[in-house]
Design a binder for this molecule. Structure first.
Ligand SMILES: Nc1ncnc2c1ncn2[C@@H]1O[C@H](COP(=O)(O)OP(=O)(O)OP(=O)(O)O)[C@@H](O)[C@H]1O
Ligand SMILES: [Mg+2]
Length: 145
């Protein structure tokens, strides 16, 4: 499984547009694909007209595999699924940075997705300077094999 994160310290530079289009195009040539909407604004979820269930939140994302699996939704496009975001994701980078080994935790939470997806795309929020240890910051970013 290849994991590709679209991130930038700037807002409005096309992260979501790139994540949505790249995930769709990849789902045609190298199916199946997943797009994880990690921005509490939920723009990529909106693109696909998908909302998270009321019970889904950042805690579930941090709990990992099963909780993530049960909240993945099919898009209107064959071979492209989406993990929607929730407003509680606004604190996700801080919550992750409080973990002992955030990158390891994230990798563990997501590794079982490799059984089902060839590529996973992460549509990230603009990266915050207020959480320098956050896992979403390069170079401790989303590169899982
Ligand atoms: N390649 C492009 N050419 C022209 N307009 C684009 C392109 N990519 C994105 N846009 C437009 O730029 C605006 C911002 O795009 P987008 O929402 O993808 O940015 P973002 O980086 O995800 O923003 P945010 O930081 O708020 O999440 C949108 O109106 C989008 O339609
Ligand atoms: Mg965006």
């Amino acid at each position: 499984m290849k994991s590709i994160a679209l991130y930038s310290i700037k807002g409005g530079v096309g992260k979501t547009a790139a994540a949505v289009n790249l995930s769709y195009l990849t789902s045609l040539s190298a199916p199946p694909c997943l797009i994880c909407d990690l921005d509490p604004q939920g723009a990529s979820s909106y693109y696909f007209r998908i909302t998270a269930s009321k019970k889904y939140d950042s805690d579930k994302f941090l709990k990992g595999s099963k909780k993530i699996y049960s909240n993945i939704k099919a898009t209107d496009f064959e071979n492209l699924d989406l993990l929607p975001s929730d407003f509680s994701y606004r604190n996700l980078d801080i919550e992750l940075s409080e973990e002992k080994k955030p990158q390891k935790k994230l990798k563990k939470n997501l590794e079982s997705l490799s059984d089902d997806y060839s590529h996973v795309f992460f549509d990230c929020r603009p990266i915050s300077h207020s959480s320098p240890k956050a896992s979403f910051q390069p170079p401790t970013s989303f590169w899982f094999q």
